[in-house]
Design a protein around this ligand. Structure first.
Ligand code: AMP
Ligand code: TRP
Length: 351
């Protein structure tokens, strides 16, 4: 199975304004963290100004690892509230929950049936996750995860898929599967293009700046959560590990701790690390931390407060998500209908 189109070069022009884009982030923690915010959400908020954007919460993907039901339900709402609080506008963008649109699971099955075992086994995220759990214990859902993701994407005929570098291989698989289906059954799917933000912020763990900030961090104090209190934010920043010496310099290799603080500062303040380095010349780590703590509270505090406010009225939030799902379904059901017909499924006659 090698009938793939070449990937666009990394510098391929982004889709034209007005084009459709789609992305999502798993609801697998009680709070999103600063990496999710600066590495993805901030970019989505910018993107929705120019594109016909679809943002969703992939809860079907979340159950590829066991989830306590009540926790999952809460996490989906919490994730939605954080999307909105960060600036995703449910009037402008289509915001929905994956399991509210059954076409995702339906198209996933079709795509699973046209994926080769070897092709799926090459997915590096699967290999990493399976290695962690021991190959025999990893669920089959983890193996088919990328085909569900391809369904998420292809249902909406998007031009672009804004994701981090780690998801590029999954977008590539979506392109291959779309291409294969089109080749066999005739033009059905648009071939989507990954949109990987240039110079995207990569945020590292405050306690272990050699590792990416991640929900699976060893210690919660290395993670700045979007829903943390002002006090928690300030405390975590003030106890961030710094490096030997005293100089405040942006040098990822020799000063990973300080460089991470500078990078976070730069992102939150909309300034460059060069400018900050100049400002902090001759000053101490403590000064940088105090200022960054203040800035983080000023920038993230209102996002948290807005999210918590939205969560106080779950019925209202659920209604917003229902509206999003209805909008999403009008697009998804059209694609699925076309796919079913091309496959030769017998249409159900009106009863
Ligand atoms: P995850 O929660 O790991 O599935 O991440 C969802 C998205 O958030 C990823 O696709 C990235 O775009 C972004 N992201 C996660 N962690 C970081 C990080 N430490 N730095 C920057 N971006 C991140
Ligand atoms: N796999 C993505 C992640 O872990 C989440 C995701 C699921 C996604 N379906 C998608 C992202 C479709 C973009 C498009 O971050």
């Amino acid at each position: 199975m090698t009938d793939s189109t070449p990937m666009p070069a990394d510098d391929a022009a982004p889709p034209e304004p007005g084009a459709r884009v789609l992305s999502g982030m798993q609801p697998s923690a009680d709070s999103l963290h600063l990496g999710n915010y600066l590495g993805a959400l901030v970019n989505w908020v910018r993107i929705q100004q120019q594109y016909d954007a679809f943002f969703f919460i992939p809860d079907l993907h979340a159950i590829t690892v066991p989830q306590p039901p009540e926790e999952l339900r809460q996490r989906v709402r919490r994730t939605a509230a954080q999307y909105i609080a960060a600036g995703i506008d449910p009037e402008r963008s289509t915001l929905f929950v994956q399991s509210h649109v059954p076409e995702h699971a339906q198209l996933a099955w079709v795509l699973i049936c046209s994926t080769g075992m070897g092709e799926a086994a090459r997915m590096t995220q699967f290999k990493d996750k399976a290695a962690k759990q021991g190959a025999d214990h990893a669920g089959v859902g983890l193996f088919t995860y990328p085909m569900l993701q391809a369904a998420d994407i292809l249902l909406y005929q998007p031009h672009g898929v804004p994701v981090g570098e780690d998801q590029k291989q999954h977008v590539e698989l979506s392109r291959d599967l779309a291409q294969r289906f089109n080749h066999r059954y005739g033009e059905t799917f648009r071939i989507p293009q990954p949109m990987i933000p240039e110079g995207a912020a990569r945020i590292y763990d405050l306690q272990n700046p050699g590792a990416k900030m991640s929900k699976s961090a060893e210690s919660p104090s290395g993670l700045l959560n979007l829903l943390d209190s002002d006090k928690q934010l300030a405390k975590k920043i003030k106890s961030a590990v710094t490096d030997d010496g005293t100089e405040i310099r942006f040098d990822r290799e020799n000063k990973p701790g300080v460089s991470n603080l500078l990078a976070i500062y730069a992102e939150l303040a909309g300034r460059s690390t060069d400018q900050l380095q100049a400002d902090y010349q001759g000053r101490m780590y403590g000064h940088l931390k105090v200022d960054l703590a203040e800035l983080a509270v000023a920038r993230l505090g209102p996002v948290r407060d807005r999210a918590l406010q939205l969560l106080e009225d779950p019925a209202e939030l659920d209604a917003l998500l229902a509206k999003g799902a209805a909008k999403a379904r009008t697009v998804a059901s059209e694609t699925l209908k076309d796919v079913y017909s091309k496959l030769g499924f017998l249409p159900a006659a009106a009863a």
